[in-house]
Design a protein around this ligand. Sequence first.
Ligand code: ADP
Length: 221
Amino acid sequence: MTVAIEATELYRFYRAGEEETRALRGVSVRVHAGELVAVVGPSGSGKSTLLACLAGLDEPDGGQVRVGGVRLSHRPERERAAIRARGIGMLLQSDNLLPHLTVAGNVDLVQHLTGRVDRSYRDRLLDELGLAARAGTPATRLSGGEAARAGLAVALAAEPVVLLADEPTGELDDATELRVLDLLRERARGGLAVVVVSHSPSVAGIAERRIELVDGRVTGD
Ligand code: ADP
């Protein structure tokens, strides 16, 4: 199986004056194409820090991250941004959409930024997510469920090899949550590597693998 994203011995310390928080203490994680992995653990255990390091939004103090075989960590932000844009989709609880753009406009924007403009992929994506009829609707006029699916469309706009999601279903009702999780599972079947940080039992339920963090260490995989 192809390794989509790999973290090796990640360390991340936050210092504030005399205080030092060890958010990650030697975390190694390898996720293959087609895997759907849930990252679980108590609040403060390092889940968001791990996700930020995997995305190249944060730099680990030790260890490294590779995406599709390319080193992402320990590079200038500009290079990390380029690697992230090509390989990684991010799905956040909210704020995945620019409100004044339409659904299609949001997807187009990401494609433009990543230099991967593909209208037929966009249309298939919106169709697959049940948003074909909403393509021309401004993001502000979407229902909660539609906005969640449109957020996923944005995350998948550049055909990433990895999707990183932080509590993507945190604000959704149960029916919408299941729909989004179904879509994530379908995408994983299609070869996408999906890493989801979540407290939701439904997310842990559909994941075939769970990585448990406690105090910045992997305590279960
Ligand atoms: P989780 O996502 O599991 O709740 P986090 O990764 O957010 O955990 O946080 C892990 C630890 O690192 C916590 O103790 C948190 O307070 C600390 N932390 C996270 N981000 C920062 C930061 N930017 N500055 C200082 N401490 C931080």
